[in-house]
Design a protein around this ligand. Structure first.
Ligand code: SF4
Length: 371
């Protein structure tokens, strides 16, 4: 049975809210004090912020909102346009779900987001955290929005010894017990801000924390030991080959990946399978067309959520009029920016065409991307 360490006093929501009123972050999707929050903007930002930093999301959010200013505009847009606007944010299944959710809001809820956590949870792509965050922030429902930041804060406040992910239900209960009925939305946002700016993973600024007095981890000097985590198993390195075909009219051979699965619905140059035992010396068996292939020096490295990938890149230049194989198409190089190319494929094209900094063997640390 779980036991919690004894503490002098409980963390009080008014202390956190008083701190929030003075130090709240100004964010493009956040209503200013006294303004009515727009559920569409709250929802959109929460989906974008899943696994992505505020700094990375800000420019994406503003461009996306300009292109799809309302949930109706998003629902009406072709899914390809949504995927293209999302390219670069990672976790591409979120973009498909975003579109499906907008359609559901328009079709089943007459274009207005439902106001309760339970109804929100029933929409595509809305999980427990997002449902609670939107319900609390946009509709003032006393819901506990618990993401990684909040888990860190609460596990430290109460020195929760149970490791994540098993501790999730307990952390949620502890959070819910603190949610004030009068300002649930501000409380949710205050906790987010506290986790992002004060109760950081390393060297939390406890001296500035409104909950310094009741925080058990701070009293013990053990802040960085929380939250406890179960050891993660990382996936094996996978290898593969990517084939860049440049036709004399300056077009590139592309194809669209299947909707389901890794990078579903995104666009790529033809590639082999990605497998731990893939042998690049046999890559010609996977080449999409017959041509004079040139194996380029170096590798393209990319890190997905579940595995790292190394691609050997092959380049072929073919004459004008070369037809495309069945499920592929030619896209002019100048139009590549309109394609929903994931980060790994941008690296491949940069490596082959010299349009950017190629990621050569050992030259750059790969940036994690998600599926
Ligand atoms: S006192 Fe320190 S460890 Fe505790 S909640 Fe505040 S910032 Fe986090």
């Amino acid at each position: 049975m779980l036991t919690l360490a004894p503490r002098a006093s409980k963390p009080q929501s008014p202390d956190l809210l008083a701190w929030y009123d003075r130090h709240r972050r100004s964010l493009p999707w956040r209503a200013e004090a006294g303004e009515v929050p727009d559920p569409y903007r709250v929802w959109l930002s929460e989906i974008m912020l899943q696994q992505t930093t505020v700094t990375a999301v800000k420019p994406f959010y503003l461009r996306f909102l300009e292109r799809f200013p309302t949930v109706a505009a998003l629902a009406e847009a072709p899914v390809d346009a949504v995927m293209q606007a999302w390219a670069g944010l990672g976790y591409y299944s979120r973009a498909r779900n975003l579109h499906a959710c907008a359609k559901a809001v328009v079709d089943k809820h007459a274009g207005a987001f439902p106001a309760t956590e339970a109804e929100l949870l029933a929409l595509p792509g809305i999980g427990a955290y997002t449902a609670a965050a939107v319900a609390a922030i946009a509709f003032h429902e006393p819901a506990a929005a618990v993401d990684g930041n909040v888990e860190r804060v609460v596990s430290r406040l109460f020195t929760v010894e149970e490791p994540l992910p098993k501790a999730k239900p307990l952390l949620r209960t502890l959070t819910l017990e603190m949610v004030p009925l009068d300002r649930p939305g501000d409380f949710a946002q205050a906790l987010m801000d506290l986790g992002a700016t004060i109760c950081t993973p390393k060297r939390p600024a406890c001296a500035l924390c409104p909950w310094m007095a009741p925080c058990e981890a701070r009293a013990q000097g053990s802040q960085e030991l929380y939250p406890k985590k179960q050891k993660k198993l990382t996936g094996d390195l996978r290898r593969g080959a990517a084939f860049v075909v440049l036709r004399a009219d300056d077009s590139i051979l592309l194809r669209t990946r299947p909707t389901q699965g890794l990078l579903g619905g995104m666009v790529e140059t033809p590639t082999s399978a990605w497998e731990p035992g893939y042998e690049p010396s046999r890559a010609m068996l996977d080449a999409p067309i017959e041509a004079r292939w040139q194996r380029l020096p170096g590798l393209v490295r990319h890190v997905f959520t579940h595995f790292p990938l190394e691609l050997t890149v092959f380049l072929a230049k073919v004459p004008r009029g070369t037809p495309e194989p069945g499920d592929m198409r030619w896209t002019l190089r100048r139009d590549l920016h309109e394609e929903a190319l994931p980060g790994v494929m941008k690296k491949v094209l940069a490596h082959a065409l010299g349009d950017g900094k190629p990621v050569r063997n050992g030259a750059a640390k790969p940036k994690p991307d998600q599926i």
